[in-house]
Write a protein that binds this ligand. Structure first.
Ligand SMILES: [Zn+2]
Length: 171
């Protein structure tokens, strides 16, 4: 099939349960449509939503901006990842949560373990070695060091995508 690409991933794929899941490219959308694994989904009452066209020698395939899976099982089971160095650094985008440095990163217990702090998503953050040393066995309050944002467990990426999608449509 030959086609013109206006955006890399112009089609929004919804789950069978109408949960917006991901942005996909036209080729993947076409495969899902021609194999009946997805159907067009209209979000507007007027119905005049953007439609992409893919042409081959044998047919013209209209690909709407939104498609919905007809099959289940794609809402993959997702579990909150364990609190370890790799996952915490990923959540904190490899940035010290006190000063913003991206060097010499360590893990810091916001409430120190000696003061009863837990090894949990809301109490472990990425911190550079100098900040960690400066903070020592103190809480942020005691050491007068402020966190750039409140730590929390990572969100299911599918749910996060859905929330972002609906937020952008409202504005
Ligand atoms: Zn730092």
């Amino acid at each position: 099939m030959s086609h013109v690409l206006y955006a890399t991933r112009p089609v929004i794929l919804f789950s069978q349960n109408y949960l917006p899941m991901a942005e996909i490219n036209l080729k993947r959308a076409a495969v899902l449509l021609v194999t009946d694994r997805a159907v067009p989904l209209s979000l507007m009452e007027s119905g005049d939503e953007k439609v992409w066209q893919m042409r081959s020698p044998h047919r013209i395939l209209n690909i709407p901006k939104h498609i919905r899976l007809t099959v289940g099982g794609s809402d993959r089971i997702w579990k909150v990842p364990p609190v370890n160095r790799r996952e915490v650094l990923r959540r904190d985008r490899h940035t010290c949560q006190y000063c913003g440095s991206q060097k010499q990163l360590t893990l810091d217990h916001v409430i120190p373990r000696a003061q009863g702090g837990q090894h949990t998503w809301d109490n472990v953050v990425a911190a550079c070695s100098p900040c960690n040393t400066k903070k020592g066995a103190c809480t942020p309050l005691q050491s007068e060091m402020a966190l750039q944002r409140k730590p929390k467990a990572p969100m299911n990426p599918v749910v996060a995508f859905a929330e972002q999608f609906w937020k952008e449509r409202k504005t």
